[in-house]
Design a protein around this ligand. Structure first.
Ligand code: ADP
Ligand code: 5GP
Length: 193
């Protein structure tokens, strides 16, 4: 697929590493010419999540119909649920010259990297596996089964680390945020000075 206008960023990494935390702060500081791709999921909403903002929450039948209708740029099953990126949304934004950030798990990231070899892939890694588990548990959003499913795939997710254009260890939020900003500025030629 040809696209020369907006840049496509793929942000990935294990659950609980801090992708959402860092991207929230990133979007506080970057409001022009860049957007977040809101995914569709069959996961149940967490109490703080808003339909259409954090995700488009749907049921399995609707999700499967969207797969059949080729509505996804990528999709994957993760921790017992389906997650997918709306193709039309992303391509429309890129065609308008707007940079798009996908926050997705590693199987979906692989699909996007194959379809869009020019995409800018960023992998967030935890400082240690213990710290990752501590963050995932500390978030208090998952039940034990979901925590276990998420931790079970971490080692295989980390094995792919050299496939990404950038990898950032999320030790301190400010530190990781500055690194993501540096990647974004470099890749988009976005400099304030
Ligand atoms: P993800 O989106 O990758 O699943 P979250 O952004 O939800 O991860 O972060 C998981 C938990 O870890 C949250 O409770 C968040 O506040 C915390 N967290 C994120 N980054 C850091 C960090 N650098 N140090 C300590 N805690 C962090
Ligand atoms: P959570 O349930 O914690 O919100 O998300 C679980 C994992 O699914 C996270 O790694 C998140 O980045 C990823 N994810 C969110 N949206 C998508 C998507 O559209 N496609 C894929 N492949 N993964 C997604």
């Amino acid at each position: 697929m040809e696209n020369k206008k907006g840049k496509l960023f793929v942000v990935t990494g294990p659950s609980g590493v801090g992708k959402g935390t860092i991207l929230n702060k990133f979007f506080e500081n970057n409001k022009d010419n860049v957007c977040y791709s809101v995914s569709m999921t069959t996961r149940r909403p967490r109490p703080v999540e808003i339909d259409g903002v954090h995700y488009i929450f749907t049921d399995i039948d609707t999700f499967k119909k969207a797969i059949e209708n080729d509505e996804f740029l990528e999709w994957a099953q993760y921790s017992g649920n389906y997650y997918g990126t709306n193709k039309k949304f992303v391509l429309d934004k890129l065609n308008k010259g707007i940079n798009v950030i996908l926050e997705i798990e590693t199987k979906g990231a692989k699909q996007v990297m194959e379809k869009f070899p020019d995409c800018i892939s960023v992998f967030f890694a935890p400082p240690t596996l213990d710290e990752l588990e501590h963050r995932l548990r500390g978030r208090k959003t998952e039940d034990e089964d979901s925590i276990k499913k998420r931790l079970d795939v971490v080692k295989s997710e980390l094995q792919m680390i050299d496939k990404y254009k950038y990898s950032i260890i999320n030790d301190e939020v400010e530190n990781a945020l500055n690194k993501l900003q540096a990647v974004y500025d470099f890749e988009t030629g976005n400099k304030d000075e």
